[in-house]
Design a protein around this ligand. Structure first.
Ligand code: ADP
Length: 501
């Protein structure tokens, strides 16, 4: 028995107290004694006691009075009544008052030890049960707290939230989503996804997330959806149970209507200003040409030089305006791009042919490598010309004298890869994610003389994406850069349009 268990023996007969000490201590109990009920209560206040053995009748405060007080002050401590012959009825009365058991005098030691042990077992079990109950109550409380916290967060979010189970039924949505979708009455849950969205793209995304969740648990799908006048950006992801099985999906909807409106206004503005600037600039350019051709009279050497410089500056301005117009057209989705059969080699050869003179003047070798069979894709000719002009012009501009610029066409089944590589100045790793941003130019003293707007690669990216392709960059500072463009080889069908709003 655990040495820490203390038994308090309360009896006015010293012989009983001593007897209990003699027999219980060898059993491993610590025994403490009191001669009457009052002494016992004093002791209980100062010492931890596990079991009380209490004589039924004592001159100062008997067992019934002791029970009355211990029942409220020490409800965990079992009280065993020691009674004489003929007082069993009183002992039963004590049991009614909350005593755990009683032993009759003279008692057998083994019986006494058994009763004490049983009382202790009961006490331990009761404590364990109470601890478990308390823990359960605590867990339930924190679960309820967590749930209420989550519910409050979800309900207060400005973004819409939609949760589906793995059968694609909606199991939860928040007030922001009701507002986005204009739902006036709360729909009953779970309900079919089509009650909320008739959008096939969202349905497909959720379906594919549920299907692929086992292979790619971190997969997210972002898309833009339109509901009436509201434009939403939706980000969907799967969620999992403790066994890592997919349980459903969560989609967060962000209202981007005002952003789109501002974007459209900005594009319209750029479009309008660029148009207004282009016509007078073209007229000035023509007038300069007339002067340079001597049609407005003889020019001195100095006058020719000044007009030629002005002529170049106007060319730069017209190029910038054309870039701005291209970017705003692509961004607004107005970049009408045809899909017509194109021999890629022919397009790139034409572009390299046009840039050859500039490359030669900078002593840069311009090489075009192509497969033996012609690679025919379906794409927009003007778009492709612009794409490769921008990449090859950059490769030439950012290469020192004596370098090499190479264009390669590498077919890969359904895709064709076009690599434009140079042996130029290269791009720092930290700059690479930014170079496709509009107006972004790497600040490098060695390229200060290169005139540019920072729009070329933004246009390139827009054209590639309008053709469902992708673009990657590999570069090492000082060693050169390679741009890899992947374009789908579209099967020969009737002509159609891509990249249209
Ligand atoms: P621009 O050439 O008009 O500055 P781009 O959008 O075409 O604008 O390119 C953005 C930036 O990316 C450039 O300013 C340049 O710093 C970097 N860059 C693009 N192509 C290359 C290249 N081939 N080699 C090194 N840097 C390049």
């Amino acid at each position: 028995m655990d040495e820490n268990y203390t038994v308090l023996v309360v009896d006015d007969e010293k012989v009983i107290r001593d007897g209990c000490i003699r027999f219980l201590e060898p059993e491993g109990f610590r025994v403490t004694t009191a001669a009457n009920g009052r002494e016992a209560l004093d002791l209980l206040e100062t010492e931890p006691v596990n079991v009380v053995l209490c004589d039924l009748k004592m001159p100062v405060m008997g067992a019934l009075e002791v029970l009355e007080i211990t029942g409220t002050r020490y409800p965990d401590v079992p009280v065993i009544i020691i009674t004489g012959h003929g007082t069993v009825a009183d002992a039963v009365e004590c049991m009614k008052q909350g005593a755990y058991d009683f032993v009759t005098k003279p008692f057998r030691i083994d019986h006494l030890v058994l009763v004490v042990r049983r009382a202790l077992d009961k006490q331990v079990l009761e404590r364990q049960a109470r601890d478990l109950q308390e823990e359960q109550a605590r867990n339930l409380y924190s679960l309820a707290l967590e749930q209420s916290r989550l519910r409050t967060i979800i309900n207060c979010m400005g973004d819409g939230v939609l949760v589906t189970n793995r059968d694609m039924e909606v199991v939860l949505y928040n007030p922001a989503l009701s507002q986005h979708l204009g739902l006036s009455n709360p729909a009953s849950l779970p309900g079919p996804l089509s009650n909320y969205f008739d959008d096939a793209a969202l349905r497909e995304s959720i379906e594919s997330l549920l299907q692929d969740a086992g292979e790619d648990p971190d997969r997210r799908i972002a898309q833009e959806l339109t509901r009436g006048k509201t434009q939403l950006r939706a980000l969907s992801a799967p969620f999992f149970g403790p066994d890592e099985h997919v349980l459903g999906t969560v989609t967060v909807f962000h209202d981007i209507s005002s952003f789109k409106e501002v974007e459209e206004m900005k594009n319209d503005f750029v479009h309008m200003v660029s148009h207004e600037l282009r016509s007078p600039l073209t007229a000035i350019k023509l007038q300069h040409k007339v002067i340079l051709d001597g049609l407005a009279g003889e020019l001195t050497e100095k006058q020719r030089h000044l007009i030629e410089r002005a002529h170049d500056k106007i060319d730069g301005l017209i190029e910038l305006i054309n870039d701005l117009l291209d970017v705003s057209k692509i961004e607004a989705g107005h970049g009408r791009m045809e899909q017509v059969p194109l021999n890629l080699h022919e397009v790139i050869a034409e572009v390299t042919g046009l840039l050859d003179a500039r490359a030669t003047s900078l002593r840069i070798r311009l090489v075009l490598e192509q497969p033996t069979a012609p690679t025919v894709i379906r794409a927009d000719r003007r778009g492709m010309e612009e794409l490769f002009t921008n990449l090859l012009t950059n490769a030439i501009n950012y290469s020192p004298d004596g370098g090499e610029v190479r264009a390669e066409i590498i077919p890969h089944g359904n895709y064709v890869e076009i690599r434009v590589s140079d042996t130029g100045i290269g791009i720092e790793e930290t700059e690479i994610p930014k170079i496709f941003d509009k107006f972004y130019r790497v600040k490098d003293p060695s390229t200060r003389q290169v005139i540019g707007s920072g729009l070329g690669l933004a246009i390139v990216k827009g054209i590639v994406e309008a053709h469902q392709g992708s673009i990657e960059v590999e570069s090492r500072k000082g060693a050169g850069t390679t741009f890899k463009v992947l374009l789908p080889v579209v099967p020969e069908t009737e002509d159609c349009l891509v990249g249209e709003a």
